[in-house]
Ligand binder design. Sequence first.
Ligand SMILES: *[C@@H]1O[C@H](CO)[C@@H](O)[C@H](O)[C@H]1NC(C)=O
Length: 346
Amino acid sequence: MVSFHCASAMSAFSCSLFVVASLFCGAYFISSGFFTKGYSEVSSSSINIGNLVVKFRDCQDGEVINMLQSSKSATCKVRCRPPGSEALPQGIIVKTSNLEMRPLWSDTVKPGNLGPSANLLAIAVGIKQKEIVDRIIKKFPARDFVVMLFHYDGVVDEWRDLEWSDQAIHLSAVNQTKWWFAKRFLHPDIVAEYKYIFLWDEDLGVDFEKLCTSLYLSIIEDEGLEISQPALDPVKSDVHHQITARKRNSRLHRRIYKFKGSGRCDSHSTAPPCIGWVEMMAPVFSRAAWRCAWYMIQNDLIHAWGLDMQLGYCAQGDRMKNVGVVDAQYIVHLGLPTLGGRRNFT
Ligand SMILES: *[C@@H]1O[C@H](CO)[C@@H](O)[C@H](O)[C@H]1NC(C)=O
């Protein structure tokens, strides 16, 4: 019995390479007469080739590996394909999508506004926070960001007068939190083209010219932060966890030192929230970290309590290195009672 295991982080391409490589080893069996002609599919998870049962499991995102065995030669073609697409000709399959809007009538296919390193800002909003949200979004230049608004109060039309409104994607579902929206509308295959995903609450102050999103992006890229957040101005913010407070004269920090109280943090600490931790009001995920985190969002998750402590699983390696709080670019957490955020419920 041979098992192929396509680890979840592999792309379909590397997945298929992996299986092809495995089959080169398999050629040994073929030449020794282990195979007989043809194969029969036993189920979506295993294929019989002569006496050999090839079992498939955990192919990326439920993909099934299709094996096309040529009976004449020992060469074979193996591909990872999304379930349901097996009957389609090669090359016609588009596995992922994006949120880019397309012109209705256009003779030529125009490239979109966004470059290959486009990012996504998704933010849960209510009309009461219109002014704050307007200020936040103006910090996210359209050339670098696609903007998606989750309207939890059902009010969409009253945003139309803002100049960026027609370029933004508006989703409306009454009384749902940003985690509900994110699970349903930010599937990793839909947002696969975005380098970083900002999943923010609306009660964030950015009005004092202290946040430059392009500098923020260059810092997290440079420092290899897979999960990050901008630090909170400790004077003006509603700070709940000391690790999120801005440190002066610092580019970013990954750990805190705290000797008072119950939650002691020192240079030996290896666990969140002393090190490698961000709060859920303004997280920024790399593409890979989001692909991981999306799976952790339970369908009944509302406030994301507890999710923050689990995010280290998605750090793409060492959470003590890959998770951090950016001090050089910081925001104010206003702590307003909003539905998108969590204050409403505490
Ligand atoms: C949404 O929540 C508000 C506040 O709790 C409530 O008054 C309203 O009835 C809810 N609306 C729906 C459609 O559930």
